[in-house]
Design a protein around this ligand. Sequence first.
Ligand code: ADP
Ligand code: MG
Length: 293
Amino acid sequence: MNQETNAFAPRPLIELSAVSVQYGGGTIALDRTDLQIEQGEFVALVGPSGCGKSTILKLVAGLLGPTTGGVIVGGREVGTVGTHQRKIGLAFQNPTMLPWLSIRDNVMMPLKIVEPYRQQYRSKRKTEFRDRADALLEQVGLRGFGDKRPWQLSGGMLQRASLCRALIHEPDILLLDEPFGALDQFTREELWDTMQALWIAKRPTVLLVTHDLRESAYLASRICVMSSRPGRIIQDTQVDFARPRTLESSYAPEFGALVHQLRMRIAQARSEGDTKGRDYVDTPARAIEEVTP
Ligand code: ADP
Ligand code: MG
């Protein structure tokens, strides 16, 4: 392909180019970090604590601007809130629901805020929106819980509801920051299936921050490992395991080998700080002999 043709090739949906972020106190969270994500990918970001994973999510969401470098989402430079029109859904570790609203009304909240839905909300489309919320709740196993208040639901149920809230306005991009981190192992694994089914059905572009390496291998189509702060991507691995992935398949040797390799890579990144890992070359998971149960 010549250069001219390349110029018209589709750009990645999300593009961080040489992005540096220095916080007020002087902490350099990211230093010339590059990351490109194509539409429809499910990317997991893993790495040592404090390496800048959440900072990347905030940049993509437009909640934070880079100190230097470029953040482009959907072909537009992202700066501060409101400068780009891409619809984004967010879910965090501890879902904050408004306690005086029903679960359904909490789920519908983005429709009351995000244009063009905001205009439509007050008038004719309200019933349609309510149906949409109920359909999503049913999809995540919360049929019949729309009228309940947040305090009547368990942590796992609230997290399911918060996924619905993140998806209600049909975002192109779903940003998840350790969304299952506060849940017990069984509930977490159930939610992996819920999340996987939602992704297969709607194919949003997902950026998932997690410290659970099994979770990253179960859900992601690509795993990016970050160095210690300032965080850079030091390993970028495609995960080609067949879908839908199941709990059973997560005990296959190649799955264990991938998780083991990721664990080793992060341990190395933690011990060597920020510079040595830059030229790391991805090791195919199947080349790793040892398997973590
Ligand atoms: P991660 O999500 O990988 O744990 P973060 O992106 O939250 O890391 O933070 C990266 C670094 O920046 C950490 O050292 C953190 O303490 C620091 N940091 C994050 N947010 C702020 C802030 N608002 N002000 C100052 N320092 C911050
Ligand atoms: Mg974080």
